[in-house]
Ligand binder design. Structure first.
Ligand SMILES: Nc1ncnc2c1ncn2[C@@H]1O[C@H](COP(=O)(O)OP(=O)(O)O)[C@@H](O)[C@H]1O
Ligand SMILES: [Mg+2]
Length: 434
């Protein structure tokens, strides 16, 4: 547990350097919190205080910000540890829907009671979802997971987001125009996540493209028993990734799961150009045969072909400092801007150079051992050094908006592989011409 937290914060810091888009949200949290407390306690105290205030401010807003808080706590942002703990709390403090309310929701959408549709239906939620809850049902021999959204979440989300964006912009002293694309990207994704019909579509898209990957399992969705607020799918038997890790699986099994994860993500990125963008341990279920089950398609990210092509260029030339190809790619990915001063350009090139060498390592070697703590330590210390560098901190918000969920996915994946201490084949995937 403590281990995970440390790993999370490492990623958060490392994330800042590459994840230029998401830098916005992270800084916002810090400044927003500072503004809220204004106290002069020790840094740790202050962070804890701040986190509490943020948490209560957020929980009053319900639904939307809860999801925002959850997203922030999942390691895709740079947040001090105190925030992470506080936000993690937010995920566990939602009052569950009562059975009568669940039944009412069913009658509203299907004109039937859950027990008319299932032979068995759990009276209580068996798992919490971020903006809903999951019940277990059974029809004949088949078990089902039924995710039901809390009422009012979707309606309040848009207005909550409208509330957050201007505050964020103001406290950060950001230029509205500069950050609008990032907020739009996140807002659109969050809104999508409240529409379970969209999730069903997402799932179909990924599953149909991954259907014959060996060792990977998906639930089967039931469109007849799914609406914008309820989603029904077959139950995947097994343990969540964290619970599985707690059973102390062998190195061989951890490597196998790690390899399945890596190949699943590479397959999606290179062949489907759409990725499951929420690689959280709760979204993977290890089957009794030690294979990989994948659930939760609420957040997927399409990879536009120009982003893919520029990213390919970056990976091809990233190790040659200052090559014209690299500079081209950095411009195309909006990491360099036409109006940049020479000093800004030099800063970006420097940051890019040092982080790329590190974070890109798995892609440039045949195999990679993700148990390697020194790899993560190095990312962490490089990140720390850079975050203290004022020329880096003063740069304008930049980077293609597609980086937000793309980087979130990669950092999540690295984090999972680190938790697995997996030693896997990484280098065999190559880019495919668009
Ligand atoms: N098909 C399924 N089989 C088994 N467990 C499931 C299934 N779907 C959801 N769950 C459980 O419910 C939890 C929440 O569902 P999930 O779809 O991940 O919700 P959210 O989008 O809010 O993260 C999961 O982490 C998992 O424990
Ligand atoms: Mg989930």
């Amino acid at each position: 547990m403590g281990q995970d937290k440390i790993a999370v914060s490492k990623y958060q810091r490392a994330g800042k350097l590459v994840n230029t888009g998401a830098k916005v949200g992270a800084n916002y949290m810090k400044h927003y919190a500072k503004k809220l407390t204004g106290s002069k306690a020790t840094k740790q105290d202050l962070e804890e205080e701040n986190a509490k205030d943020d948490y209560s401010a957020f929980s009053e807003l319900k639904g939307g910000p809860l999801k925002v808080a959850q997203m922030l706590s999942m390691g895709d942002q740079v947040l001090p540890k105190a925030y992470v703990d506080q936000f993690a709390l937010a995920q566990n403090q939602v009052t569950p829907l009562s059975l009568p309310l669940v039944r009412k929701t069913f009658r509203k959408y299907f004109e039937k009671d859950p027990l008319q549709l299932f032979d068995e239906f759990s009276t209580e939620a068996v798992n919490a979802a971020s903006i809903g809850q999951v019940h277990k049902g059974r029809k004949g021999k088949q078990e089902f997971a039924i995710k039901i959204q809390y009422p009012g979440v979707a309606d309040s989300l848009q207005s909550d987001l409208r509330l957050i964006a201007p505050i964020a912009t103001r406290f950060l002293g950001l230029k509205k125009k500069e950050v609008a694309p990032y907020f739009e990207e996140v807002e659109r994704k969050l809104m999508e996540e409240t529409d379970y019909r969209k999730e069903l579509q997402n799932a179909n898209e990924i599953i149909s493209g991954c259907g014959n990957l060996e060792g990977i399992h998906f639930p089967e969705f039931d469109p007849q028993l799914s609406t914008d607020r309820i989603i029904t799918m077959t139950w995947l038997k097994g343990l969540s990734l964290n619970d599985w890790l707690a059973t102390d699986p062998s190195q061989e099994d951890r490597n196998r799961i790690g390899q399945l994860l890596w190949d699943f993500y590479q397959h999606q990125f290179h062949l489907l150009r759409v990725i499951h963008a929420d690689p959280h341990p709760g979204n993977f279920i290890i089957t009794p045969e030690n294979e990989l089950g994948v659930i939760d398609f609420g957040c997927i990210k399409h990879i536009p072909s120009d982003f893919y092509a520029s990213y390919e260029k970056l990976m091809r030339s990233g190790q040659e400092q200052d090559s014209p190809e690299l500079i081209d790619a950095l411009f195309a990915l909006e990491l360099l801007h036409d109006g940049d001063s020479e000093k800004d350009q030099a800063t970006i090139m420097g940051v890019f150079g040092s982080m790329f060498q590190l974070v890109g390592q798995p892609f440039y070697s045949e195999t990679f051992d993700f148990s390697n703590d020194s790899f993560f330590e190095k990312i962490y210390s490089t990140g720390m050094a850079l975050s203290k560098d004022s020329s880096y901190r003063n740069l304008s918000a930049r980077g293609s908006r597609h980086f937000i969920y793309f980087n979130r996915t990669y950092f999540g994946l690295y984090q999972l592989l680190h938790q697995l201490k997996a030693n896997i084949h990484t280098g065999q995937w190559t880019f495919i011409a668009a």
